[in-house]
Structures are given as structure tokens and as C-alpha cells.
Design a protein around this ligand. Structure first.
Ligand code: ARG
Length: 287
């Protein structure tokens, strides 16, 4: 139920980069979700992904595509391919050798599409670990992106960066443990966010409580089904159908949850947000 005093939510049109999972499989393991002995169904992954893609278009968003590379089954998780604000694209430097060949493809794509492209020196996995919350960048570390990459990203974008330490290997990227519900807010306003408190160390949790007193705290059950790996346009929040508690919390706050099942892509340890990289244009492509 939507509570009577929930604010009216306004949609902001987004622009995303996605990659059709034509070569999706689980042939190696770099996170606890990946089990190469279990079979995967590439056609099913493509069909589930297509549903997400179609939903974005139906909502009026723009979606760009990058060509999938054979031999890179994780390239579908485009959130790791960079971090883009105001037309500046900070490229990825993947932690594990299995994904390192994706980086030049993303960097070439940004260049070919007119972004001011910065090649990183530090290990970082793009929007998997960097999320824009109002004016500040929330940056995850502990498993993938390094603390040095947080300093690099602060220099590239000349913005405040808040480092957050992840402690549970199942939630190895920031976007598996925290989601931004309001992609656009008035300067200085607190953006709506949701997070899984147990995924963070004590200091990071205290920092989140201080900065986001109105955040939605998500249950372990909803976190464990990747409920936080979601994409919001400020009104519509695309989430896993298994995150039923989070779905109710979103409705209470006046958001519109849309349920999309990416169960096949979860076998690779990724969900809705992982398959979605925000392309924030030079003129802030928002309404
Ligand atoms: N198998 C991929 C990896 O371990 C999954 C990446 C998920 N991406 C994300 N943004 N959380 O790198």
C-alpha cells in the first residue's frame, strides 16, 4: 500500500548501455554465485535480457548497445564497463584476467560515441562500484575496485567520493548492496537510496546512516535474491520478482516497482543493474 503522505514520484528519462548476452555462460568462477559445473541456458538468458531491454524502451528510455565479444561471457554486465557523468567516461580496469579483454571494447565504444574518454590507471569495475547519489559519488571497495581507484575517480570527476567497504563476498560490487532510487535531485537534497546494512563494515554503515537518514533498509532475504541490483528512473524501479519485501517498501514510498526476472543471469552473479550502464550526457540527459 502506498502511504498517504508518500510524495508523487517523477520519472526522469535515462540513457543506458546494454550488451545482448549472446555468449553468456558460466565457464569460470570469480564470485560466489558462479558455479561452472551448473548448466546455463544462453537462449533463456537472451530472452530474459530482452524483456529488460524492451521494458526500458516502453518506459521511454534510450538504450544503446555494445557488440558482445565471443569468449567474454560476462560482457552482458555492462555496469562494469565504465562510469559516465556529464559526457565524461571513466573506463574500467577489471580485477580478474577473465574480464580484462572487455576493457578496450568499452573504451573504444565510448570514444566512438563521442564521450570524453579517460583510460584508468587503477583497478575499478565501473558503475558496479561507483554510484552517483546527488552530487557525491558512492564508491565500493573490498572485493573489486581499489581504494586508489576512488582517488582517481575523484580527480577525474572533481567530485566528493565516499568510500564504502563491502564485507560479504556475495555482495562484491556496490550495486549488489545499494541502489539509487532518485537519479536526479535538487542540489543538496537527499536522494532516495536503499541498501543492505549487513553488506557493509561498521564505519561505512555509520556513514550511510549519517548521510541518508531516510534510506530504505532492505532485509537480508531481499538482499540475498539481488533485490538491490535494480534500476530506477525516479518513479519506476525495476527489481527482481523475488524481492517481495523491497517491493512493498518501494510502494509505501510512492515508487512503482516493475518486476523483471533475470534468474539465468544471476547464475553469473549479476542482475538488473549489472546489465545496465547509465550514460549521463554532457547536457545531463534528464527531464
Ligand atoms: N560475473 C560477473 C563478475 O563477477 C558479474 C558482474 C556483475 N556486475 C555488477 N555490476 N554487479 O564480474
Amino acid at each position: 500500500m502506498m502511504s498517504d503522505n508518500a510524495p508523487a514520484r517523477i520519472q526522469h528519462k535515462r540513457r543506458y548501455l546494454m550488451c545482448r548476452p549472446e555468449h553468456f555462460t558460466v565457464s569460470y568462477s570469480i564470485n560466489p554465485w558462479m558455479e561452472p559445473a551448473n548448466p546455463t541456458d544462453t537462449a533463456k538468458a537472451v530472452a530474459q535480457w530482452q524483456k529488460l531491454y524492451d521494458t526500458y524502451l516502453e518506459l521511454g528510455h534510450e538504450v544503446e548497445l555494445i557488440d558482445p565479444l565471443p569468449g567474454y561471457p560476462d560482457m552482458v554486465y555492462t555496469a562494469n564497463g565504465g562510469f559516465v557523468i556529464d559526457g565524461v567516461a571513466y573506463g574500467p580496469e577489471f580485477r580478474y584476467v577473465e574480464r580484462q579483454g572487455e576493457a578496450p571494447a568499452f573504451i573504444d565504444w565510448f570514444r566512438a560515441n563521442g564521450f570524453d574518454t579517460r583510460v584508468p590507471e587503477e583497478v575499478n569495475e565501473g558503475e558496479g562500484d561507483f554510484l552517483l547519489a546527488g552530487d557525491v559519488i558512492l564508491a565500493g571497495t573490498g572485493f573489486r575496485s581499489t581504494g586508489d581507484s576512488h582517488a582517481e575517480v575523484a580527480r577525474v570527476f572533481d567530485r566528493e567520493v565516499v568510500s564504502l567497504t563491502l564485507i560479504d563476498p556475495r555482495f562484491y560490487h556496490l550495486d549488489t548492496a545499494l541502489t539509487i532510487l532518485d537519479p536526479v535531485v535538487e542540489p543538496g537534497a537527499e536522494p532516495g537510496i536503499a541498501y543492505l546494512p549487513h553488506a557493509f563494515d561498521d564505519a561505512s554503515r555509520a556513514e550511510l546512516e549519517r548521510r541518508f537518514p531516510n534510506a530504505i533498509l532492505v532485509s537480508d532475504e531481499d538482499g540475498a535474491v539481488f533485490g538491490l541490483n535494480s534500476a530506477s528512473d525516479g518513479r519506476n524501479v525495476i527489481i527482481s520478482p523475488r524481492a517481495t519485501g523491497f517491493e512493498a517498501q518501494l510502494r509505501e514510498r510512492g515508487y512503482t516497482p516493475i518486476l523483471i526476472d533475470l534468474s539465468e543471469l544471476l547464475l553469473g552473479g549479476g542482475g538488473i543493474k549489472c546489465c545496465t550502464l547509465e550514460l549521463r550526457g554532457a547536457s545531463a540527459v534528464t527531464e
